[in-house]
Design a protein around this ligand. Structure first.
Ligand SMILES: NC(=O)c1ccc[n+]([C@@H]2O[C@H](COP(=O)([O-])OP(=O)(O)OC[C@H]3O[C@@H](n4cnc5c(N)ncnc54)[C@H](O)[C@@H]3O)[C@@H](O)[C@H]2O)c1
Ligand SMILES: O=C(O)C(=O)C[C@@H](O)[C@H](O)[C@H](O)COP(=O)(O)O
Ligand SMILES: [Zn+2]
Length: 350
């Protein structure tokens, strides 16, 4: 029996499909049609898969190894990639392919967005987080000293390949990190996800979770690519999450930081009178039940508050947070007092 491939469409000026299935390398040639060569960006743990993808391209490929995880998401690494593309006379019809988790695909997308002011790119997602979030929606970028993802571009891919086989080798902690973004989709849009999340180790349930989360993201970015409104809901838990990542010098996994950030956002929703105690408490229950972190150092608060000021949702000195008015009812809380923020942080402080 042929393996089932699910195709989830993303609309917009440059529509594309996200393919979820197994053994998807054969779908790459259609996405790179017209290219004379591809550049395949990858980090060491994904070398074998990157070589397999390069061979499947069927045209000359340059393999570019980058440092793993957040160490690869820097301006210096992007500059190294630009140099490699220059050496190969990479033109506007050529294509960049990112094989890896969200860090490699964010970098690959940014290199594609900036090379010759924009060439085609294809994320071949190998982590849960990459499949359900990073590879969909065209947010690309790198980190700088001032904070997470502060340099980047909106540059939608030509298509996305999510090969579920890759998840077999993904370390358990990285699977968990991806689950945080899946659970985020449960709180902001699809509460059925919250019921399914506890049995995510069952491969059929995992596939359903992947597809449900991609659909949530695809629907949002289809109508608001550049985050002028609705797309902000995908940032649930990220205002504090990104501040934690920065404070930890990017040694904490993104999903783990977002997990703590969601507990904080749930508390903020409740303490501002918008969210019931029950739904706020459900955040801790769900995230704790799967094994994600739900607390962070009490002493860190002043540093975190300062780091949150460069959040992309902030407007001048006004901090803005995604909160819930109920399950699947996201909204914006603008300019909460420092006293309210500190009370919400007390809910995660240890
Ligand atoms: N662009 C977006 O919209 C968006 C959305 C969410 C997150 N992100 C970004 O994504 C990044 C996090 O992504 P992530 O959780 O995938 O982390 P990651 O890319 O750092 O990957 C985590 C680890 O898993 C390894 N790995 C990945 N796939 C593997 C596989 N199949 N087998 C074995 N090892 C594998 C990687 O080499 C790495 O060591 C963050 O930088 C975050 O900011 C971007
Ligand atoms: O796609 C989005 O929009 C998101 O906010 C998804 C987030 O999960 C993701 O981590 C994103 O990279 C955060 O974006 P940023 O603009 O806050 O850096
Ligand atoms: Zn995220």
């Amino acid at each position: 029996m042929a393996a089932v491939v699910t195709r989830i469409s993303v609309a917009g000026d440059r529509p594309y499909d996200v393919l979820v299935g197994r053994d998807l390398a054969g779908d790459l040639p259609a996405l790179i049609e017209g290219a004379a060569q591809v550049a395949v960006l990858f980090s060491a743990p994904l070398r074998a898969r990157a070589e397999m993808i390069a061979a499947a391209a069927g045209i000359p490929a340059v393999l570019i190894e980058v440092p793993d995880a957040e160490a690869g998401k820097t301006v210096d690494v992007a500059a190294m990639c630009w140099d490699r593309l220059g050496e190969r006379n990479f033109t506007r019809t050529d294509v960049i392919v990112g094989v890896g988790g969200g860090a490699v695909t964010d970098l690959a997308g940014y290199v594609a967005a900036s090379w010759l002011r924009g060439v085609r790119w294809v994320p071949v997602s190998t982590s849960l987080l990459g499949m359900v979030d990073a590879s969909v929606g065209g947010k690309t970028g790198v980190n700088i000293a001032a904070g997470k993802n502060l340099v980047g571009a909106f540059h939608p891919p030509a298509g996305v390949l999510c090969d579920l086989d890759a998840l077999d080798t993904l370390p358990a902690d990285d699977l968990l990190a991806g689950l945080a973004e899946v659970i985020k989709c449960g709180f902001i849009a699809d509460p059925r996800i919250l019921e399914l999340a506890e049995s995510y180790t069952d491969s059929a349930v995992l596939r359903e979770l992947v597809e449900r989360a991609i659909r949530v993201k695809a629907e949002v970015v289809s109508v608001d690519l550049k985050e002028s409104g609705l797309r902000e809901i995908l940032n649930y838990g990220h205002t504090l999450g990104h501040a934690i990542e920065k404070r930890e010098k990017y040694t904490w996994k993104h999903g783990h930081a977002v997990s703590v950030g969601m507990i904080f956002a749930g508390a903020l929703g409740h303490l501002s009178g918008r969210l019931s105690f029950d739904v706020a408490s459900q955040h801790r229950a769900v995230l704790e039940s799967v094994g994600l972190p739900v607390s962070y150092s009490a002493d860190a608060w002043p540093e975190l508050l300062s780091a949150m000021r460069v959040d992309k949702k902030a407007r001048a000195a006004t901090l803005r947070f995604v909160v819930l008015d109920g399950l699947a009812k996201p909204g914006i809380l603008s300019g909460p007092s420092e006293e309210l923020l500190a009370r919400a942080y007390a809910e995660v402080a240890r």
